[in-house]
Design a protein around this ligand. Structure first.
Ligand SMILES: C[S@@+](CC[C@H](N)C(=O)[O-])C[C@H]1O[C@@H](n2cnc3c(N)ncnc32)[C@H](O)[C@@H]1O
Length: 345
């Protein structure tokens, strides 16, 4: 890393190992003697966390992250964490129990970008005891009791990455469509920081509601809600429907062996198939429980609505989503690709 980059990064990323409940050092994962790695960065990385990352802000009864305040528009409080964990259960169920589709072979260094509650990272640490799994997030909301090979760190993934290039075997990016402003940049950073032969995987819900049997009314209010989310997020520079562009970004970054899978995620308990019914129940609960937290900042600050307008609209959406005669679904996009192995790079 050159001098300017070091300074920029050190200033940016009070990217700190969590302390107190988290006492997490990135020391074992970040070797200051690694090429291009500044001692400053390393000491910063193992510095005790300043309490400022926990100086959360509160608005309309919800709690929001403090580090790089305002970067992420959704709450990080207990109820949102429960919802995120339920989303994890839904996704893993949908994927037949798989935590990833990339054909990993004995990965050593794994990074989970925007790890949230860290639930994927913990499961991944259990599945690959020989790997070190690092989860990074703007919020220090991960548990303290985790497998010894799992670590968490507060950092902004859209800043220059803290680790050296050619470092990771697997970069995992899940459910960040409503968060990341510059996906091409993030995917290029992942490419640079993966070892030759390493894999990237992106998994995201695609927030356009669909229906295969004509049971969804044209004025389905959930579809309108999602359109509003898309528009509001656009005003924050985020493309909610970005996942459909991700395959192109991944190929443009240089990844090879790119594969995509698109899975249907029912909304509600209308499917006859038992597994899909359970997934549909999770999805419906996830949507309903997320209405307020997801829309409040986006609609008020992004679209200029009043809090009351948001609440009234959300009540209509809640009612529509509970209607099991409407057989609607979202899709879940899985995408993975490989950094060319050394002999082909
Ligand atoms: C919808 S949650 C997804 C959590 C996790 N990836 C999962 O699938 O369970 C998005 C998470 O990304 C984090 N996040 C958003 N933007 C980020 C950024 N620029 N850098 C690091 N984390 C970010 C948020 O704080 C939040 O915890």
């Amino acid at each position: 890393m050159d001098r300017t980059a070091q300074e920029e990064h050190a200033a940016n990323a009070q990217s700190v190992a969590h302390q107190a409940a988290h006492t997490i050092e990135v020391g074992d994962d970040v070797d200051p003697s690694d090429d291009g790695y500044a001692t400053d960065d390393a000491s910063r990385a193992s510095t005790s966390v300043s309490s400022s990352v926990r100086d959360y802000s509160f608005e309309n009864g919800r709690r929001y992250h403090a580090f790089r305040e305002g970067t992420y528009l959704f709450p990080n409080d207990e109820s949102e964490q429960e919802r995120e964990d339920m989303k994890h259960a839904m996704v893993v169920n949908l994927c037949g129990g798989a935590l990833h589709y990339a054909p990993l072979e004995d990965p050593q260094k794994v990074i989970d970008i925007g790890t949230g509650t860290g639930i994927w990272a913990v499961d991944m640490g259990d599945e690959y005891p020989n790997a070190t799994v690092l989860g990074i997030d703007l919020s220090p909301i991960q548990p303290s009791w985790v497998p010894p090979n799992v670590k968490f760190m507060v950092d902004d993934a859209e800043s220059r990455w803290l680790h050296p290039e050619n470092h990771f075997d697997f970069v995992h990016i899940r459910n960040l469509a409503s968060s990341i402003k510059d996906f091409p940049k993030l995917i290029s950073a992942a490419y640079a920081h993966l070892k030759p032969g390493g894999w990237i995987e992106l998994q995201d819900l695609y927030f356009k509601v669909e229906c295969d049997d004509g049971s969804m009314p044209e004025d389905y209010v959930l579809a309108k809600w999602l359109d509003n989310m898309e528009q509001g997020l656009q005003n924050f520079g985020v493309d909610l429907l970005g996942p459909r562009k991700h395959p192109a970004y991944v190929e443009e970054a240089g990844f090879v062996n790119v594969q995509q899978k698109i899975l249907k995620v029912p909304i509600g308990i209308w499917p006859k198939n038992k597994t899909l019914k359970t997934i549909g129940l999770y999805n419906r609960t996830m949507i309903i429980d997320g209405l307020q937290g997801n829309s409040m900042k986006v609609f008020t600050k992004g679209l200029g609505w009043s809090v009351q307008e948001v609440e009234v609209f959300n009540m209509e959406v809640r009612k529509a989503v509970m209607d099991s005669s409407i057989h609607s679904h979202l899709t879940f996009n899985v995408l993975y690709g490989q950094k060319p192995p050394e002999n082909t790079a």
